[in-house]
Ligand binder design. Structure first.
Ligand code: HEM
Length: 179
């Protein structure tokens, strides 16, 4: 085989290889390779450690007086508490109702029993003297008591009871008894 034939054979072989490469690198093959690679990655990628839901903050049941309940009025992002017949509810999730600027903000940090019974959020419904006895609610009609109970049932179903409300005098008395 002379030199020219040899070169021609070499060139023919190179052309064959080039055409083999172009037949392999088709858009379909590229797509299939991508799918295979992605599937392999999905199967073998490291799985992140399962994230366990965080425990809700522990609820501490405390005894409040009208004074110590007062700061829980939702101002500056603080929780919102209100009391109904001696039970203190954390109504923070109802901040839109009871928080600053809400329609029932007068109830925040206060004993809301009378207001709920009479369906009024007027200031006059709130116990003025924070050092005095709690509202005895002695003048309640059966309808008013029903109304309070209805609210209590609603609050029980959506809010946590975080404490009880007692008068300052009762608080001091209990403290002495414990000492
Ligand atoms: C103009 C009259 C009033 C209107 C239109 C009104 C409207 C509403 C509406 C739409 C809700 C929300 C109900 C829900 O989505 O569950 C609500 C809840 C409530 N309203 Fe009124 N209300 C009015 C008067 C009063 C009054 C006078 C009181 C006083 C006791 C009051 C106390 C409450 C309370 C305690 C809640 C429950 C909020 C909660 O679920 O924590 N509302 N009211």
């Amino acid at each position: 085989m002379d030199y020219v034939e040899q070169r021609m054979a070499q060139e023919a072989q190179r052309a064959d290889m080039a055409s083999a490469v172009t037949t392999l690198v088709t858009p379909l093959n590229v797509l299939l390779t991508a799918i295979v690679l992605y599937t392999l990655y999905s199967i073998f990628r490291p799985t992140p450690a399962p994230a366990f839901p965080k425990d809700p903050p522990a609820t501490v049941f405390r005894t409040y007086t009208p004074h110590t309940l007062l700061p829980f009025d939702g101002q500056d992002g603080k929780p919102v508490f209100l009391a109904v017949r001696g039970r203190v509810f954390d109504v923070s999730s109802g901040r839109n109702f009871y928080g600053p600027g809400g329609p029932y903000e007068n109830f925040a940090g206060r004993d809301a029993s009378r207001g709920l019974a009479l369906h009024s959020f007027d200031e006059a419904m709130l116990t003025k003297d924070l050092d005095g006895p709690l509202d005895p609610l002695e003048d309640m009609t059966p309808e008013m008591l029903d109304a309070i109970q209805g609210w209590e049932e609603r609050f029980d179903s959506k809010y946590l009871v975080v404490g009880r409300l007692v008068s300052v005098a009762d608080y001091e008395k209990e403290k002495k008894e414990k000492a």
